[in-house]
Write a new protein. Structure first.
Length: 154
């Protein structure tokens, strides 16, 4: 289990070997993937919901946002339980890799063209690899919607 350390920490995850990061302050914990209950007429990217200690949480497949094909959930997968704006979500990832202090990751330069692209907040270099840091609030809008309506931000 990974707990949010502070706003100056980054949590690094993997999807098909591609690393990405989120600010650790938005993450409640990381749990092993469990069975997802599908929802009728769920929008693209919403796999369904899980029951986490009595809380019903939508499960997001963010693979298409990274140009990766969707796939079935594997026993080795994890859910990142996090806050996207005012909403609690579970993000399906292959692996939770590390939590690092933002100071141990070097801020990449000349990435102004990437900032804001597909929710990228900034880009860092960590352990010799380029890691985009995403703004989770861009994945789902913070404003409330009609009951039962979930929508991913494109």
């Amino acid at each position: 289990m990974v707990n949010a350390a502070s706003s100056s920490s980054l949590a690094i995850f993997a999807l098909d070997g591609v690393r990405f990061a989120l600010g650790a302050e938005v993450i409640e914990r990381v749990v092993r993937a469990v069975e997802v209950s599908p929802l009728a007429d769920a929008p693209p990217g919403v796999l369904g919901v899980i029951n986490l200690h009595g809380r019903i949480i939508p499960v997001l497949d963010i693979r298409p946002r990274f140009g990766l094909p969707s796939r079935e959930i594997c026993l080795s997968d994890h859910f990142v339980i996090a806050c996207a704006g005012e909403r609690e979500v579970a993000i399906l990832v292959d692996a939770a890799l590390d939590v690092v202090s933002a100071g141990s990751a070097t801020e990449a330069v000349a990435v102004d063209a990437l900032t804001g692209l597909n929710g990228i907040e900034r880009v860092v270099v960590q352990a010799g690899e380029i890691v985009p840091v995403h703004d989770l609030s861009r994945f789902m809008p913070a404003e409330p919607r009609k009951a039962g309506e979930l929508k991913l931000v494109a």
